[in-house]
Design a protein around this ligand. Structure first.
Ligand SMILES: [Mn+2]
Length: 341
């Protein structure tokens, strides 16, 4: 009798204590009311706002923010698609100064609404994948597939190649212009690794493809408190050991407050060939990863960055994010219970 009461008391406290990690999903400014209700029903209070350039106009933006607030959401971070992966800024083209000016205007706008951070991914042509396909491990769904040999065989899309020092020079130029303004506003910038994390692709050197290159980013930015990492677990797992030690990096950068955002994703294997798969289907034990995140005491936002294509007529994009987001939240509760238990 006594022991069953103890068990009953125990199951009423799950998790025993909440971590500071904040589950979130990405949304567009024109997300429908039903979409916001669907997100709310998933127990999600935090949003990552993805904007188009034309939505950076004050009125449109502020009206959208007001609607998120009215529906009980906090927009933790925002980024403009065209500015966060910007060819002119990354490659140092003629229009880069006006593009950097537009980037600075965007952070001022975000700051006026209390948004914590913005994002940058130093890949002028975006994420590189071979295609989307039904893979060996994708349960019949179309998901992103990467064959590094195919990607490395591609011709440059630019007129010439861009080497390591030139890419770093362009990053420093951008950082020098942007960081003082971020610091003045008390805002941060999360930098996402190149995906796939290869040292070079399509004739352009990568900026961030390993722990070492993130350390160099911090040095180039004079360790500004405004600079942090988008810790893409997917990228770590794609590259494997050459990227760095995932668990010790979580402990180090988590404790140091440098992880602003976690992309919680699993893959079938390391490079050269991988499929993006369900959290429970990849080669990594994502429960171990989640426990390390909780133990690091990071207060990062955490989300699914990619999901398999929606099946026609079943829930659309947000529907395809719902299952992995729920699974992630389940792992988070279990990890909180074990780490704090
Ligand atoms: Mn990612």
């Amino acid at each position: 009798m006594e022991s069953s009461r103890i068990i009953f008391m125990d199951i009423r406290r799950f998790p025993k204590k909440k971590s500071a990690l904040r589950p979130q999903v990405p949304v567009l400014l024109n997300a429908s009311d039903n979409e916001l209700m669907f997100i709310k029903a998933m127990g999600i209070d935090n949003l990552s706002l993805v904007l188009r350039r034309e939505e950076l106009k004050g009125d449109l933006f502020h009206r959208g923010m007001e609607r998120f607030r009215r529906n009980g959401f906090t927009v933790t971070d925002a980024a403009c698609m065209e500015l966060q992966k910007n060819r002119a800024i990354h490659l140092g083209l003629e229009t880069r100064d006006s593009e950097i000016e537009a980037f600075i205007d965007s952070i001022r706008l975000f700051s006026s609404e209390g948004i914590e951070f913005t994002s940058v991914a130093w890949q002028p042509h975006g994420i590189l994948r071979t295609d989307k396909r039904v893979g060996e491990h994708t349960r019949g769904q179309r998901a992103l597939y990467c064959d590094a040999c195919e990607i490395l065989s591609r011709q440059s899309r630019e007129e010439r190649e861009y080497g390591e020092e030139e890419i770093w020079g362009n990053f420093s130029y951008f950082a020098k212009a942007v960081i003082p303004e971020l610091e003045r506003l008390g805002m941060k910038m999360a930098i996402h690794p190149n995906d796939p994390p290869l040292p070079e692709a399509e004739g352009i050197s990568s900026l961030f493809f390993s722990t070492e290159s993130f350390r160099r980013i911090l040095r180039e930015c004079s360790y500004s408190p405004s600079v942090g990492m988008k810790m893409c677990i997917g990228c770590y797992l794609e590259a494997g050991e050459y990227y760095g030690d995932l668990l010790s990096d979580i402990a180090e950068f988590g404790k140091a407050g440098r992880i602003l955002c976690v992309h919680f994703r699993n893959v079938s294997s390391t490079l050269p060939v991988f499929e993006e798969v369900l959290i429970e289907d990849g080669y990594a034990n994502m429960y171990t990863v989640m426990k390390a995140l909780v133990a690091s005491e990071t207060d990062a936002v955490i989300s699914i960055d990619h999901a398999a294509d929606a099946i026609e007529g079943y829930g659309g994009l947000i529907g395809s994010f719902a299952y992995p987001t729920g699974y992630m939240k389940g792992l988070l509760s279990a990890a909180e219970n074990e780490v704090y238990g």
